[in-house]
Design a protein around this ligand. Structure first.
Ligand code: BDR
Ligand code: CA
Length: 310
């Protein structure tokens, strides 16, 4: 494990985003949480980030970001995350409003104030692309942009495209062409890190509120993925991007050239990974291929177990 990395978590909570917030609170220094339209509308993703902040009792600013993709129409995943994004979990609304409604400006300013931050987007890449438009120098100032999205082998929204990339393919295209030090933690990796009813039971056994909430989120995640190939478990996508930064040893990655399809009739939102070996174009990204799934799950469960004393 490295020293605690300092990160901005850009998210659209979202069931697995909520688990990513718990994971990040335990294993990173969270400089800010920024929100984006994605799994549900940005008013809900922001409310959910604030609810998670209150649940964890952490002192981290939450900044609301883009309410819609750069070009495409808003595209949500309520069937995977529930109508307002946090499954059927009963969490009170937060007392406080977001610290600002300008996540893009916050990302620019934070990376000017401090070099070497990690940007960890686990929703559509709208905020990150807009920040890079506002200040392309971000690409040289961050330690990494470690994103959950895309993948090296097929999609989940369509056979070709993963949700976060599909939902704002133009933004993703800009990020992949930005020159920033990217790591893509895609479906080929996150499908290796799966939680099932036994993990939910473990969380319940911790005997505290964060564990109970996490258990409900895990159960819901399993229930919505029951038709998805591996019945009885659900991939924990977003925490994998956090762990790729906090515990790089649990995610093996290789440098590759990756482009985002923005036009294809059947392939819009696909991340096309150049696997031609010596014929390949110059890498612009590290592609995550192999997880130490056992260790990743331990770290996520430890983060949940120890959450109230973070
Ligand atoms: C990604 O899409 C969202 O529904 C999840 O929160 C995750 O970020 C997985 O494709
Ligand atoms: Ca997400």
């Amino acid at each position: 494990m490295t020293d605690r990395p300092r990160i901005i978590l850009d998210c659209d909570p979202g069931v697995d985003d909520a688990i990513a917030i718990i994971t990040a609170a335990r294993w990173t220094d969270l400089v800010a949480i920024t929100t984006v339209s994605g799994n549900v509308g940005v008013e809900h993703t922001t409310a959910n980030a604030l609810r998670m902040r209150d649940l964890l009792g952490i002192d981290v600013p939450v900044h609301q970001g883009a309410a819609r993709p750069i070009v495409a129409e808003p595209f949500h995943a309520r069937h995977v995350h529930g109508m307002t994004g946090l499954a059927d979990v009963d969490l009170p609304l937060a007392d406080l409003a977001p610290d600002s409604e300008d996540a893009v400006e916050v990302i620019v300013e934070a990376t000017l104030a401090e070099e070497g931050l990690h940007l960890v987007p686990v929703g559509p890449l709208t905020n990150i692309a807009l920040a890079l438009r506002a200040d392309p120098g971000i690409a040289n100032r961050v330690a990494s942009v470690t994103l959950m999205g895309g993948g090296a082998s097929g999609g989940n929204v369509t056979p070709a495209a993963e949700f976060n990339i599909y939902a704002d393919a133009e933004a993703a295209d800009e990020v992949f062409r930005s020159g920033a030090p990217l790591t893509m933690v895609g479906l080929n990796l996150t499908h290796q890190v799966r939680m099932d009813a036994s993990h939910a039971d473990s969380c319940r056994s911790f005997g505290h509120r964060v564990g109970d909430v996490a258990a409900k989120l895990i159960d819901f995640n399993v229930s919505v993925h029951r038709g998805g190939g591996l019945p009885g478990s659900g991939a924990m996508h977003d925490p994998c991007a956090v762990l790729a930064v906090s515990h790089p040893e649990v995610v093996r990655s290789e440098p590759r050239h990756v482009v985002v399809e923005v036009d294809g009739t059947h392939t819009r939102g696909q991340t096309l990974v150049d696997e031609r070996g010596p014929m390949s174009r110059e890498p612009n990204c590290r592609v995550a291929y192999e997880a130490d799934a056992g260790r990743a799950l331990e770290l996520i469960l430890q983060a949940i177990r120890e959450a109230p004393v973070c």
